[in-house]
Design a protein around this ligand. Sequence first.
Ligand code: COS
Length: 383
Amino acid sequence: MDYFLSEEQQMIVDIAKQITDERIVPIRAELDEKHEFPREILDEIAQADLFGVPIPEEYGGFGGGCFDIVLALEQFGRGCIGVGTAFAASSLGIYPLLFSGTEEQKQKYLPDVAAGKKFAAFGLTEANAGSDASGINTTAVLDGDEWVLNGTKQWITNGGEAQIYTVVAITDRSKGARGASMFIVEEGDPGFSCGPKEKKMGIRSSSTTELIFKDCRIPKDRIVGRQGTGFITVMKTLDASRPGIAALGVGLGQGALDEAAAYAKQRVQFDKPIIAFQAVQHMLADMAINIEASRALTYSAARHIDAHPKNISKISSISKVFATDMAMKVTTDAVQVMGGYGYMCEYPVEKMMRDAKILQIYEGTNQIQRNVIGQELNKEYAK
Ligand code: COS
């Protein structure tokens, strides 16, 4: 379908597609098997200036919006969700600065992230604060000219690989969600370390670690936004980033359909390629229907967000739920079309199915997305 991309948007697609086909696809299985961080690929993505897509031009970026980043992520998702996640998490890590950072913070941190010289990460989740994000226990206390952070963040993408971390901590427990604040922690700050890499079902090339703060001291001016606004910044960050997760789902679904359809054309049973059987054709057709519907929805959501950046929670969550539930179903069906071969590690759909699962879990489970959508409907229909 023609989505009427501008010249610049088509350029983003073409560059991301080329990196995906030439660099990601040939080594994705090896990266997965070795749990290896895709540093060389990310360096190439940096050389192609794609880390700068969501960063304004005055800080060395491309000045793009949600739709531009969606286009890049769809391509990376088609190749490998692990690589796509590592890329996406760097944007996620700098969204708090874009939304709430001071001019000095933007000038200090954004150009290096835009150039891909430094990676970013976003630290929200804790052992006892997942869906209940406001239940975090990490604290930050002002001591003279420094904030002192204590606590542990869990399952942080790009942990140990990033140099810049935006981290939420409680500054006033009595104020509930209004008692959380956002901070910038840098690699090497005293009292800050990352745990070992977690072993995961999928997205194994991306790094996932704990962030550990033991009397971690950072300068006073590393707070992002006013004290007490950290939770609002978190919510704005997640609203802006969830269509990117939808885009990873669209790409992953497309990648799985490409594999399944190519296999069905060459696999002969009962003297015919199995694509000639209606049972298989209908499975492929359902995949194509749901991928295209997800793509159209995700693109529309991203374009809407760029045009109307306020009150975007509902459409952002709708795109995330629809496209990632689709990715789980399509990758599962791709394995089914390929039968025993699909279940074997030599074929990419086995990894795709494992990778798909995280899309329904991270950046807010799909159950939480339905809560967000339901709460918004509740408000709309009260009018
Ligand atoms: N934008 C701006 N502010 C928002 C917001 C949004 N999208 N969503 C909520 N808020 C504000 C609320 O207005 C409220 O402010 P007040 O206290 O001033 O009224 C505050 O944030 C708390 O909101 P709420 O009471 O709805 O939060 P809950 O404690 O019920 O938590 C959340 C529900 C939003 C945390 C939950 O639905 C959620 O999204 N969980 C998933 C978190 C997540 O994605 N984790 C994975 C992270 S991986 S990076």
